[in-house]
Design a protein. Structure first.
Length: 148
């Protein structure tokens, strides 16, 4: 069980700063694809709307109802998502998951700011929330590709 000092370390100023300034919040009207992902363990949820052209994200909005850790991950994603391909988002998601679950390295640029979430490795019950924005984005991109 986590102790108070562990939780203080987890919710660092950097994580809280990212969570307080999430880029591209809201909804797109109209999106070409929408996906919602929810973590049943904690109830966190992220809805992503996007537009894409030529396999790249050209418009993006996210509605984030998550803990500070999920919000921080959504912040890093939102700051770097425009112009990205599905493969780039998947690589970022996979590297983030490996960093959390397998003590893998920090994700490569443009998602290297996810390094801030390194203290969350020991909190496996938070991993699903941290991955939500990436998961929802991948699902929306798959929908957009199918519709194109």
């Amino acid at each position: 069980m986590a102790t108070d000092p562990d939780l203080v370390k987890l919710y660092s100023g950097n994580i809280l700063a990212l969570a307080a300034d999430i880029p591209l919040l809201g909804r797109l009207d109209p999106p070409c694809a929408t996906a919602r992902r929810r973590s049943p363990l904690c109830g966190s949820a992220v809805t992503v709307d996007l537009r894409s052209e030529g396999g790249r994200i050209t418009g993006f909005a996210q509605d984030v109802k998550a803990c500070a850790l999920g919000q921080a991950a959504a912040s890093v994603l939102g700051a770097n998502v425009i112009g990205r391909t599905r493969a780039e988002i998947k690589r970022g998601r996979d590297q983030l998951a490996a960093m959390l679950r397998e003590n893998g390295p920090v994700p490569e640029a443009p998602f290297d700011a996810l390094e801030t979430l390194l203290p969350a490795r020991d909190f496996t019950n938070r991993h699903a929330s941290i991955l939500l924005a990436f998961e929802a984005t991948l699902e929306a991109m798959a929908q957009a590709e199918e519709a194109a």
